[in-house]
Design a protein around this ligand. Structure first.
Ligand SMILES: Nc1ncnc2c1ncn2[C@@H]1O[C@H](COP(=O)(O)OP(=O)(O)O)[C@@H](O)[C@H]1O
Ligand SMILES: [Mg+2]
Length: 490
């Protein structure tokens, strides 16, 4: 919205400026020549209005500069608020937020209108002031030349061509002064665009960053600490190895730092302390481009782009053939529903996949990760929106995809985790336990076996620690997230 607003501001002025500078500049220059030729003394004396005029222009420019900036910011917020309200329209209606949102957007609109009016008022203030100054100059010239004709007896004829030139010069001079104020607005617009263009990415490549040269894809965290904000450490002194070609599962309550861990591995953020290595290469010393092209990622909130389903899967690897795309969709259990769409693979998905269900979006984004064929696979609760049956199928398909790849799975249901080669248990950013399912279950007091008891009772039927097994409850089961550890402490 800011870029748009600013570009419009510049464009409006540019067309006006180019014609005006050429025409008015030349006219004014010529007329000034005539005036000086006719009567140098009068010319100089009529320039006394120069300093107050310049002062006014400079003063107005300064005010316009500040209001323009505020106005662009408020207009952008207004557009942002309207977009947000539209995107969240289902929640707006469900929670009957219409009146409140109308009120807020109305407030922003009023404020934008107010700023717009203010800019107009300030810019227009120049006209009466410059008119008055010009009037004074003309009056002064007429009075003085009358005095010269009547009292000093000089011929009045020459003075008339001088006055004509002066009055003709007035219009172009006024337009040029106005344009100066307008120019100031455009300069603010241009500056604000460059402020955005000049933003530096926070995770820049190191000056001598090398290309990634991964052989097996072993991931190693060495004493990694990280925080988003000063007061709240998220990961603390975290060390583990995700073995090459194996499946490592990460479990922990909501907010434990699981998503943060995979974000750090992709360098969405830089670690605060410690290092992350892949095949012995410190990821902060290789280019982001080559690091990320070795990773396939399914994010916790699947995101689809405007375009067709096929396009969305192909974003995994632009060189993928149609056959590869369909194969990936089959593995992700997505082929069936895709073929039922009106145009099959060529069905547009709408903004952020709005025309698909949550589970369908998730399977398309899994297909996108499969088609990437990267040596490292990161799955962040990738099957959380699927029902048990679909999840089981996707899991089975993923075991083929995982073969020979280093996979880090953030598990939402513990049924996934049971088969992992290695399990890491996070609690509030600390690694509290690690091992295999069997070794962690061996200790009935471990955090991991507590998770299992809680989920087992919820009817997942995967309990093997002697807790009573119930028949599976109908409907979607709860992820461990929503139960938390408090539930198991009872
Ligand atoms: N962008 C962010 N800015 C500030 N804090 C964040 C951000 N993302 C996550 N957090 C905080 O970091 C902690 C870990 O979050 P996350 O890694 O998403 O947990 P998990 O995936 O295990 O549920 C949480 O306390 C969360 O509030
Ligand atoms: Mg998460």
């Amino acid at each position: 919205a800011q870029v748009n607003e600013n570009v419009n501001g510049i464009r409006d002025l540019l067309s006006m400026t180019l014609t005006s500078i050429a025409r008015d500049g030349v006219t004014l220059f010529g007329l000034l020549g005539v005036m000086i030729y006719q009567d140098p003394v009068l010319s100089l004396s009529s320039l006394v209005i120069g300093p107050p005029l310049i002062y006014t222009v400079v003063y107005l420019m300064r005010r316009v500069r500040r209001i323009t900036r505020e106005s662009v910011q408020i207009n952008s917020r207004l557009i942002g608020a309207m977009q947000e309200a539209t995107q969240g329209i289902a929640i707006v209606k469900a929670f009957t937020m219409e009146d409140e949102l109308s009120r807020r957007i109305g407030q922003l609109a009023n404020s934008a209108e107010h700023r717009g009016n203010k800019i107009a008022r300030v810019s227009e203030r120049l006209s009466p002031i410059s008119d008055m100054l010009a009037g004074l100059a003309v009056t002064g010239v007429i009075a003085y030349s009358g005095y010269r004709a009547l009292v000093l007896g000089q011929p009045p004829g020459a003075v008339f061509s001088f006055i004509t030139a002066l009055m003709l010069a007035y219009d172009p001079a006024r337009r040029l002064a106005r344009m100066q104020v307008g120019m100031e607005r455009a300069l603010v617009n241009a500056r604000m665009i460059y402020e955005i263009l000049d933003l530096e990415p926070q995770q820049g490549d190191a000056p001598e960053a090398a290309e990634a040269n991964f052989t097996t894809g072993e991931v190693r965290f060495n004493n990694v600490s990280f925080r988003y904000v000063e007061e709240a450490p998220v990961l603390q002194d975290l060390s583990f190895v995700a073995a090459a070609g194996k499946m490592t599962a990460i479990v922990g309550a909501s907010g434990a730092g699981k998503t943060t861990l995979v974000a750090l591995l992709q360098r969405f953020y830089d670690v605060e302390a410690g290092t992350i290595e892949i095949d012995g290469q410190d990821i902060s010393k290789i280019t982001k481009q080559s690091l990320r092209s070795s990773i396939a990622y399914v994010s916790q909130q699947p995101y689809l782009f405007e375009g067709t389903i096929r396009d969305n899967i192909r974003y995994g690897r632009l060189s993928a053939t149609d056959a590869e795309i369909e194969q990936a969709a089959r593995l992700a259990q997505a082929d069936g529903f895709i073929r039922q769409q009106p145009l099959g693979y060529d069905t547009p998905v709408g903004e952020n996949g709005a025309s698909l269900s949550g589970g369908q979006r998730q399977r398309v984004s899994i297909a996108r990760a499969i088609v990437r064929q990267a040596p490292i696979l990161l799955l962040d609760e990738a099957t959380s929106a699927l029902d048990n049956e679909a999840e089981a199928k996707v899991q089975e398909a993923l075991t083929h995809v995982m073969e020979g790849r280093t996979t880090i799975v953030i598990a939402h249901r513990l049924s996934t985790v049971v088969n992992a080669d290695h399990i890491i248990v996070l609690e509030q950013g600390h690694l509290v336990e690690q091992g295999t399912h069997a070794s962690l279950m061996a200790d009935p007091h471990s955090v991991y076996s507590r998770f299992h008891r809680v989920q087992g009772r919820k009817g997942l039927g995967l309990v093997d620690d002697g807790a009573p097994i119930q028949t599976p409850a109908p409907g979607p089961t709860q992820p461990i997230e929503t139960q938390g550890i408090a539930g198991s402490a009872r």
